[in-house]
Write a protein that binds this ligand. Structure first.
Ligand SMILES: NC(=O)c1ccc[n+]([C@@H]2O[C@H](COP(=O)([O-])OP(=O)(O)OC[C@H]3O[C@@H](n4cnc5c(N)ncnc54)[C@H](O)[C@@H]3O)[C@@H](O)[C@H]2O)c1
Length: 452
């Protein structure tokens, strides 16, 4: 099929690469001309495992555009919208990019276009209908005639995880199609058939997970699909906040949250995933999506106390790190703190809502000297947070030089595998509960973490 992807960020680009690999003719369009120029010369615009290797592999099926003038919308079978939907200051989703994308589609539609527009952006419940309305109204405004019947809008919420985005694109846990139009549903089922049936030849760098034969599909109405995305993210967010809350108490009473989580997770109704206590979630999705869900609920005069609590616990964890360091070091003013990891999770250079940023700010506020290292996010860190007064270090050795404490904030493999015997024997805050405490203690480190 001929596929247009509008918005070439983590979701759009990875989706585009996967669909191109499956043999579709894909065009990725983005208003960020610099990003498109980079892609046109084969460079990945952000760090995501496998992406750089896949770009040349799918080059024959994947093209890039920074303007609708460079493409023929009438030739497209489907157009995915994958633009950002960041938070407004009041927590509601900012739909400006979505609005613009819908207007651009309308402005470039032809009378004979039969386009299926798929919302892959995470949009507040009801936005699918809103996008359809904008396209129709804008088309009417521009052409003085209705576009009825020319387009249908479908919701296909995206569940990929940054750091595993291509893997998740080829081997998702499920495919959700929210559609009120059976023809559009059929077309999307056809487009996704190789993924649903896992009938494609697995790329050599990304083998098919053992035992995966097919991917479950749920076809539902548009509004329910939009709700599924928010409800799923909110559930994951609260599962982590839950184990962190239990962890705070476990530490006080002298238990070990690792054992507690293992014991809880053995219950099939609960399961072991997402019960890792630590400094909490961050990234571009959980914070904004929980806020948007609360904001949407408020419009309907529904309260969401569980989700509000999940947020409160999560953001409190960041301050908890600063408090714990203060407890142990007594005075933070002038103390040197090495922050290992600045991205919100490993295998990405994305700093959106990264716990490290708030932890660094909290430490700086109390007069500490912060030196931060990250294996891939330093360029972003320097350009976005260079003004804060953090020293961003190219090596771990520089970050820990003369340190009074080390905070492991992001569980990069590099930090787990490095030779800790080369580091100064200081207080270590294991923010992800991933270090070998016994080994570190034997080496002479004092190790603290959430729930232990
Ligand atoms: N990042 C994730 O892990 C993830 C996972 C699931 C769902 N989502 C959702 O997917 C959506 C996209 O997220 P992302 O992380 O890929 O965002 P992103 O910020 O990485 O990328 C968005 C891209 O859209 C482009 N853009 C903005 N307006 C445009 C327009 N009118 N036309 C063309 N391009 C435009 C921007 O320039 C940018 O490159 C969001 O709604 C997000 O909530 C993200």
């Amino acid at each position: 099929m001929r596929v247009l992807i509008i918005g070439t960020g983590y979701v759009g680009l990875n989706t585009g690469v996967a669909l191109a690999y499956l043999g579709n003719q894909v065009t990725c369009l983005d208003v960020n001309a610099e990003r498109i120029a980079q892609l046109q010369v084969g460079q990945a615009p952000f760090y995501e495992p496998h992406l750089a290797e896949f770009l040349p592999l799918v080059a024959n099926n994947l093209s890039f555009a920074s303007s609708y003038v460079q493409i023929d919308l009438a030739q497209m079978d489907v157009a995915f919208i994958a633009v950002g939907t960041p938070s407004n200051p009041d927590g509601s989703a900012n739909l400006d990019y979505l609005h613009k994308a819908a207007e651009d589609i309308a402005a470039n539609l032809q009378e004979d276009s039969q386009l299926i527009v798929i919302n892959k952006s995470t949009v507040p419940i009801g936005s699918g209908n809103w996008v359809a309305a904008i396209i129709r109204e804008h088309y009417l405004h521009l052409h003085q005639q209705k576009a009825n019947g020319l387009i249908s809008v479908v919701s296909m919420p995206e569940f990929l995880k940054q750091g595993e985005a291509l893997k998740d694109s080829f081997y998702p846990d499920r495919v959700i199609i929210g559609s009120d139009n059976p023809e559009a549903t059929e077309k999307l089922l056809a487009l996704y058939q190789p993924i649903i049936q896992q009938s494609f030849e697995a790329p050599s760098g990304l083998p098919r997970p053992e035992g995966l034969q097919d991917v479950p599909v749920l076809v539902c109405d548009l509004v329910s699909a939009e709700m599924i995305k928010y409800a799923a993210n909110a559930f994951l967010a609260l599962k982590i906040s839950y184990i962190n809350e239990i962890g705070r108490l476990t530490a006080k009473i002298g238990g070990d949250i690792k054992a507690v989580a293992a014991g809880i997770g053995m219950d099939k109704r609960i399961g072991p995933a997402w019960l890792d206590a630590g400094i909490g979630w961050g990234g571009s999705c959980f914070g904004k999506d929980t806020a948007a869900l609360i904001s949407t609920a408020a419009e309907y005069r529904v309260e969401m106390p569980i989700i509000e609590a999940a947020r409160e616990v999560n953001y409190g964890m960041r301050n908890g790190v600063v408090e714990a360091l203060q407890d142990h070091l007594k005075i933070l003013k002038g103390k040197r703190i090495a922050l290992l990891g600045f991205s919100f999770k490993p295998d990405t250079d994305d700093l959106r809502d990264s716990p490290s940023v708030d932890i660094a700010k909290g430490l700086l506020q109390r007069g500490a000297v912060v030196r931060a290292h990250d294996p891939v996010a330093l360029n972003n860190a320097r350009s976005q947070y260079g003004h804060l007064g953090i020293e961003f270090c190219d090596t771990v050795a520089r970050a820990v030089e003369g340190a009074d404490a080390i905070v492991l904030a992001t569980a990069w493999r590099e930090y787990l595998e490095m030779d800790w015997s080369l580091l100064p024997r200081v207080l270590v805050y294991d923010g992800r509960n991933v270090l070998d405490r016994e080994k570190l203690s034997a080496l002479g480190f004092e190790v603290i973490s959430v729930g232990r």
